[in-house]
Write a protein that binds this ligand. Structure first.
Ligand code: T5A
Length: 213
């Protein structure tokens, strides 16, 4: 039987605005970690466990929500996710890959909803505390291109129906957050071909691996 590597478990998140290509990126990340022979789980936010998935439904499919309600529900969902999935996995020695995590709150609620970074930071310290990510892949894309990509799906959720200014504020906030935490961010140009995006992600993980060894 092949032994899995015993590196310190790492917490990795994947971020980007709508239609940036997170699904494809996640597949690449799985292939990389399989190649490294690492034990990991893949999860997502909002969601990732039963109660958080119920909150996700409220968040994405309620007709209307006040911005502060949206923010608090994101963190309520996150707390269940952290306590029931993320922390147990890390404690069991597994790596965690999350399709979105707290930086999405900085970008969407802090930037998009204009609630500001300070409020998010307070909740981040209260809820996430020291279970911060070790590495974040940000798929950077002009929101107009991302939204065009997901148009073919037909039905859009409550957040996807927002106006373009909202999505440009999100893109700006993601970049600002990445600058604040530049040591753990890989910013990938997600407007490139799928093949180029893949090779950039692989390279970013090679660079990250060097930091771990
Ligand atoms: N949210 C979340 C908050 O507001 N605050 C928070 O704190 C959190 C955690 C979650 C929503 O909640 C918000 C953000 C979101 O609005 P979600 O399930 O994460 O929703 O949904 P999205 O992020 O919107 O996921 P999407 O599925 O829309 O985007 P993806 O996953 O980035 O898109 P993907 O991979 O399906 O790709 C879209 C299309 O583009 C193509 C793909 O084939 C696909 O058809 N594509 C490319 N085409 C050309 N070139 C490339 N390089 C391509 N890459 C992919």
């Amino acid at each position: 039987m092949i032994q899995k590597h015993k590196l310190t478990p790492r917490f990795i998140s994947l971020e980007g605005s709508e239609g940036a290509g997170k699904t494809t990126a996640l597949k690449v990340i799985r292939e990389i970690l399989d190649g490294w022979n690492i034990e990991y789980i893949c999860t997502r936010e909002p969601g990732g466990e039963p109660t958080s998935e119920k909150i996700r439904d409220i968040l994405l499919f309620s007709e209307k929500l006040h911005a502060k309600t949206e923010l608090l529900l994101m963190f309520a969902s996150r707390n269940e996710h952290l306590e029931n999935v993320i922390k147990p996995a890390l404690n069991a020695g597994k790596w965690v890959i999350s399709d979105r995590f707290v930086d999405a709150s900085y970008a969407y609620q802090g930037g998009g909803r204009e609630l500001g970074f300070d409020r998010i930071k307070w909740l981040d310290e209260f809820i996430v505390s020291d279970t911060q990510t070790d590495f974040t892949v940000l798929l950077d894309i002009d929101p107009a291109i991302g939204l065009e990509r997901i148009k073919v799906r037909g039905q859009s959720d409550r957040i996807e129906q927002e106006n373009m200014e909202f999505f440009y504020r999100i893109a700006k906030a993601y970049k600002r957050k990445a600058q604040l935490d530049s040591h753990k961010y890989a910013i990938i140009d997600a407007a490139q071909t799928i093949e180029k995006v893949k090779s950039d992600i692989i390279q970013s993980f090679e660079d990250f691996k060097e930091q771990l060894m």
